[in-house]
Design a protein around this ligand. Structure first.
Ligand SMILES: CC(C)(COP(=O)(O)OP(=O)(O)OC[C@H]1O[C@@H](n2cnc3c(N)ncnc32)[C@H](O)[C@@H]1OP(=O)(O)O)[C@@H](O)C(=O)NCCC(=O)NCCS
Length: 121
């Protein structure tokens, strides 16, 4: 295995909608080859959109990254995730950031965009 990718449902959300977070990781030996972008596009097109097609209005699928993680932001954007805002100096319990505050980039899968593979960025 060189990486993983998936959706996890948020256990508690202030929204009445069901909220799912995108997550992925790829072994550093394989970075920069377009693998994660291809995997995310494939999942959105072939798996997630068909599953959520009849309840698109009830579901939010989002991706978030540290503000400094430009490659992850590029992956999300190229797969059709639209940047909706950045949380500045957010508190995090991430071990990577030692519990410090950090900027968090947030994007959502645009429900109006049903052909993410056509997005040219
Ligand atoms: C983030 C991660 C998943 C990216 O995977 P990947 O397969 O290397 O990504 P891709 O090759 O599909 O795309 C990377 C894009 O970022 C761009 N990029 C990388 N570093 C960049 C930088 N410093 N500035 C601008 N763009 C950058 C690449 O050029 C590429 O975009 P392009 O195709 O338009 O040129 C991988 O680096 C990883 O697993 N990192 C560790 C874990 C992690 O950060 N997970 C995500 C947590 S939110």
């Amino acid at each position: 295995m060189i990486g993983c990718i998936g959706l996890s449902e948020e256990a508690s959300s202030p929204s009445k909608k069901r909220v799912y977070a995108i997550g992925y990781f790829l072994d550093s030996a394989h970075h920069g080859k377009g693998i994660t972008t291809a995997a995310l596009r494939l999942l959105i097109r072939e798996v997630w959109r068909p599953i959520f097609a009849d309840r698109a209005g009830d579901v939010i699928i989002y991706g978030s990254t540290f503000g400094s993680n430009i490659s992850s932001q590029r992956v999300l954007e190229k797969a059709g995730i639209r940047h909706v805002g950045t949380l500045h100096k957010a508190h995090t319990c991430s071990l990577l950031k030692g519990g410090d505050t950090v900027d968090i980039w947030v994007g959502i899968l645009d429900p109006e965009r049903d052909r993410c593979t056509d997005v040219k960025t």
